[in-house]
Design a protein around this ligand. Structure first.
Ligand code: 0O2
Length: 231
């Protein structure tokens, strides 16, 4: 009798596990679909277009004020499925679309490279004044760089997009940085996947030193520009 109950319980457990696994696979497939071809990607691309246009207008305003371009380059992307999975796993979260939308800020991302550090804050302040954009969170990794040495200003914002009769607020991350910060971040990003082993700590320290050099370079360039502005 007892062994009968055990077998039945085992079966129930196995069926439940199979059910859970099926559910997981289904959610994973849905996540992939939503991040590749879906209403989310269409709307995400609209949010990107809106923010890129806003940055163009802001650049024009600053160009009229300062006689030079504050934004040198802009890039945008929707985060790829593999990268979303990695991030969810790193955070210990299920591979689920709704969770990804709630917990990952940079599913939709725009990056703007600014000429000088003060341009970054001017652009950010003009973004904050837009009526169809609301700032959810600001992460200032310039005033407080990450332990790795990473520097950038991140604005996690929502952009209002009007679709026929309804307005939707779409979450998007704007990263603002100088060309020097971008240079460091892109090389660090490349190296991040390769470093490991006993040299890892030394390499981390060397990268932190490079980040400090880059920060001092940005400050020096800003000082020079301010001197020239006064002439
Ligand atoms: P990828 O592959 O570049 O897209 P949070 O939940 O807010 O605490 P999150 O979203 O990791 O966690 O926030 P954080 O730390 O602000 O990082 C957001 C993005 O900034 C990262 O996205 C990177 O693009 C960039 N970043 C942050 N730290 C570093 C760093 O040390 N080096 C480099 N090169 N980039 C960094 P992803 O998805 O982590 O990476």
């Amino acid at each position: 009798m007892n062994s009968y109950i055990t077998v039945r319980d085992d079966r129930r457990f196995i069926y439940r596990r199979i059910g859970d696994e099926k559910q997981k696979v289904k959610k994973q497939e849905q996540l992939k679909k939503m991040l590749t071809h879906s209403e989310f990607t269409l709307k995400g691309n609209c949010a990107i277009s809106l923010l890129l246009t806003k940055l163009d207008i802001i650049n024009t305003i600053l160009m009229m004020e300062n006689g030079r371009s504050a934004i040198q380059q802009k890039t945008a992307r929707l985060k790829e499925y593999e990268s979303v999975c990695k991030k969810l796993e790193k955070k210990g979260l299920d591979l689920d679309f709704d969770i990804a939308v709630e917990k990952i800020n940079d599913l939709i991302g725009v990056r703007a490279i600014c000429a000088y550090v003060d341009d970054i804050y001017k652009v950010a302040s003009l973004i904050e004044r837009q009526k169809d954009i609301r700032i959810i969170k600001t992460k200032d990794y310039i005033r407080e760089p990450k332990k790795s040495g990473y520097q950038s200003l991140h604005l996690i914002l929502e952009a209002a997009i009007s679709f026929q009769s309804e307005t939707q607020w779409i979450k998007i991350e704007l990263q603002l940085r100088t060309a020097a910060m971008d240079y460091w971040a892109s090389l660090d990003h490349q190296l991040r996947y390769k470093r490991g082993g006993k040299e890892a700590q030394l390499i981390d320290e060397e990268l932190q030193q490079c980040a400090a050099v880059i920060s001092s370079l940005d400050q020096k360039m800003l000082k020079i520009r301010k001197k020239i502005d006064k002439i």
